[in-house]
Design a protein around this ligand. Sequence first.
Ligand code: TRP
Length: 331
Amino acid sequence: METVVSGIRSTGKLHLGNYYGAVQNFVRMQHDYNCFFFIADYHSLTTHPTPEDLHGNVKQVLVEYLAAGLDPEKATLYIQSEVPEVAELYLYLNMNAYLGELERSTSFKDKVRSQPDNVNAGLLTYPVLMAADILIHKATKVPVGKDQEQHLEMARTFGNRFNRMYQNDYFPEPYAFSFSANLVKIPGLDGKGKMGKSEGEANAVYLSDDVETIRKKVMRAVTDSGPTQENQAKPEVIQNLFDLMKVVSTEDTYQHFDQLYNTCQIRYGDFKKQLAEDIILATSPIRERIEAIANDKTYLQKVSRLGTEKARESASKTIKEVREIIGFRSF
Ligand code: TRP
């Protein structure tokens, strides 16, 4: 069975777009692959979170992924910093990662531009840590979006460089695992493309939002002044809301409002009210699970111990072999 690794940013609370997109695909993959999913909390140190924020963010992400259906018995779900073997492999890979190639990474250049006062070495070597995340389990498949393609290419470079240096084929090449065909696109509420794409809380409905917040956000979603001709094409802001409705409402409801639009009788207030209630309905089981899991300390402890144990078993095997290859041998 092929091995899959993916890192989850520890700062992102899940919105509907994540849920119906990447997360659902993770949930499907855990049945078909040897999956390692981890919360990338080492990576988050590049932005210097307070200890309280760091811990709170990790907990929230763990809770939400469990609530969304990741099964810690099927996949290995762990917290990166609980597996120090990752940091050790990162150290080794850093010895053969060159300043020039690291500086050329698009994400690094973006950070230099956006936070010129905090261009730390962790930011520069972010792709090396990501390579360590993947190579530590000798993964071949990495379910990430287009924005991570360059990092993945660097992971292949670092793995191949290690292989060449020690004249073996120890690390397999990891490739992006694309499920774009399966990807449900969830538009944002501000009429500006995908949910979560633009900054600002109002654009996205989060799984952890309470029902009043969801109602408020949806009622404030951007619309226009309404259709003036029968069967006219919908402008993007309206089409987006219909696309959302397609995902969360019944076919009958969707057809009902589509019909009203096409006959110029739609009232956006009613339309959005319905949309809000259907989003609430569709997400209430998961909202309840988030609540329950967040308050179940024993369960969270059990999950994180199990994940650490399984991840370290795989990681320590790799590190043992890598140390032997490098020449760190015991007398
Ligand atoms: N860089 C990824 C992101 O920003 C997160 C990540 C860290 C990751 N390590 C990884 C993804 C390893 C896949 C594999 O989303």
